[in-house]
Design a protein around this ligand. Structure first.
Ligand SMILES: Cc1cc2nc3c(=O)[nH]c(=O)nc-3n(C[C@H](O)[C@H](O)[C@H](O)COP(=O)(O)OP(=O)(O)OC[C@H]3O[C@@H](n4cnc5c(N)ncnc54)[C@H](O)[C@@H]3O)c2cc1C
Length: 349
C-alpha cells in the first residue's frame, strides 16, 4: 500500500476538524478533506455541553467563537402537570451548556486546520466524518423541526426552555440576546409556519409558549429541517471508522448530536495516539468498544425525549408528568440527569 497519510479524515465538519486538531501532537500524519470549501451559513443553533467545552478547550478553540451560557433549564409539558428546573448548581458546573451557532463554531475550527479538496493516496486508516451516513438504518420522525431566531422582551438571558407538546418537543435556547427556537411540528404545519407572515408566526408561537419566555417581538432566519434517526450498525469496517453524524444522526431535541460526535472524535484521538498502525483491527475494535455505551445511552435518552414523550394519551401525559415531577422533587435524580446530559456515561455513579 502506498500510504499518503497515516490517518485520512473525510469531512471537515466540527467533528472531523476536532479529530484533526486532537491528533496534531501525535506521531500520525493526518490529511483532512472536505467536499465543500465554504462552511454553510444557514442558521443552526448548537447547545454545547460542559464536556464539549472541555474537549474544545483541549484542542485550543474554546474562546475563539461566541457562546451564550445556559445556567437554568425549565422542562415542562403543554397542558398538563409536571415540570422540573435544572440549575447549573445541581450538576456542580459553571453552566449547563453553551449556545452557539454551527457556522461560527465551524469557522473557528477550520481556521486552525489545513483542508484538502481531494483524498489523495490510500491511508492506513480512513475516518468517515462526512455527516449523514450512507449505509445506515433510517427511521423518519413524524415531525420536522422549524428553526428560527426570535427576539423577545425581556431579553433572554441564561434560561433555556424545553417543552413537550403532543406534536413533538419545542426548545428555546438563549443566544446572543435572542431566542434560538427549535419547534417540532408535523411537516404540513411546519411548512405553514414557515410561510406564515411574521405577526401570524409570532402569535402562534406565543400561543404555544404562553408568557413564560416573555413577549415575542420579531422572527428571522426561519428554516424547516426534516428529522430522522440514522445509526450505522457498526462503526468499523476494515481500516475505515465512522464518527459523529456519519456514525449516528440524532433528533436535535436533546441537543446531543454534536456533543456525542465530539466525544467520538476525542476518544478516537486518544485510542490512535499511541498505536503504531492507526488502521490496525485491534485498535479500531478497542475504539468501537469504548464508544458503545455512550452512543447507546445518548441515543436512548434522545429517543425517549423525541418519541416516547409524544402523544395525547392520558397515560402518556401521566407518565411525562410523573417523570418531570420526580426529577423536580428528588435532587439526586435531577443531579444525575443533569450530569448524564453533560458528561455522558462518565456521570454514571
Ligand atoms: C436544527 C438542528 C439543531 C441541532 N442542535 C444541536 C445541538 O443543540 N447540540 C448538538 O450537540 N447537536 C445539535 N445538532 C446536531 C449537529 O448539528 C450534528 O450532530 C453535527 O453537525 C455533526 O457534525 P459532523 O462533523 O459529524 O457532521 P457535519 O456537521 O454534517 O459535517 C460534515 C462535513 O463533511 C463534509 N462532507 C460531506 N460529504 C463529504 C465527502 N464525500 N467527502 C468529504 N467531505 C464531505 C461536509 O461538507 C461537512 O463539512 C443539531 C442539528 C440540527 C439539524
Amino acid at each position: 500500500m502506498t500510504a499518503g497519510a497515516d490517518v485520512l479524515v473525510l469531512g471537515a465538519g466540527p467533528v472531523g476538524c476536532t479529530l484533526a486538531l486532537a491528533l496534531q501532537e501525535s506521531h500520525h500524519s493526518v490529511r483532512l478533506v472536505d467536499a465543500q470549501a465554504a462552511a454553510p451559513n444557514a442558521f443552526r443553533p448548537i447547545a454545547l455541553s460542559h464536556a464539549s467545552r472541555l474537549i474544545l478547550e483541549r484542542v485550543g478553540v474554546w474562546g475563539a467563537f461566541p457562546v451564550t451560557p445556559i445556567t437554568t433549564i425549565h422542562v415542562s409539558q403543554a397542558g398538563a402537570f409536571g415540570r422540573t428546573r435544572i440549575d447549573a448548581a445541581d450538576a456542580g458546573v459553571p453552566a449547563l451548556g453553551y449556545v452557539t451557532q454551527y457556522a461560527e463554531l465551524l469557522a473557528a475550527l477550520r481556521a486552525r486546520v489545513d483542508i484538502q479538496a481531494e483524498a489523495g493516496p490510500e491511508a492506513h486508516c480512513t475516518v468517515h466524518a462526512e455527516g449523514a451516513a450512507a449505509a445506515a438504518r433510517e427511521r423518519r420522525y413524524a415531525h420536522d423541526a422549524v428553526v428560527a431566531r426570535v427576539a423577545a422582551e425581556p431579553v433572554p438571558q441564561g434560561v433555556a426552555f424545553e417543552r413537550f407538546a403532543t406534536e413533538g418537543p419545542l426548545a428555546l435556547l438563549p443566544l446572543a440576546g435572542e431566542w434560538a427556537l427549535i419547534w417540532s411540528a408535523r411537516p404540513q404545519r411546519a411548512a405553514a409556519l414557515l410561510q406564515a407572515a411574521p405577526p401570524e408566526f409570532l402569535a402562534q408561537l406565543q400561543q404555544a409558549w404562553g408568557e413564560r419566555a416573555g413577549r415575542f417581538t420579531e422572527v428571522r432566519a426561519r428554516a424547516q429541517v426534516p428529522l430522522a434517526l440514522r445509526v450505522r450498525a457498526s462503526r468499523v469496517a476494515g481500516r475505515d471508522v465512522y464518527i459523529g453524524n456519519a456514525a449516528q444522526t440524532l433528533h436535535p431535541v436533546a441537543g446531543q448530536g454534536l456533543n456525542l460526535g465530539l466525544r467520538d472524535a476525542w476518544d478516537l484521538a486518544q485510542t490512535l495516539r499511541d498505536a503504531a498502525d492507526a488502521g490496525d483491527a485491534r485498535v479500531l475494535a478497542r475504539f468501537a468498544a469504548l464508544r458503545r455505551l455512550d452512543a447507546a445511552a445518548t441515543i436512548g435518552v434522545t429517543e425517549l425525549l423525541a418519541r416516547a414523550f409524544l402523544g395525547d394519551h392520558p397515560l402518556a401525559r401521566l407518565a411525562r408528568g410523573a417523570v418531570l415531577t420526580g426529577l423536580d422533587v428528588v435532587p439526586v435524580a435531577r443531579r444525575f440527569f443533569a450530569r448524564r446530559m453533560i458528561y455522558g456515561p462518565s456521570a454514571l455513579p
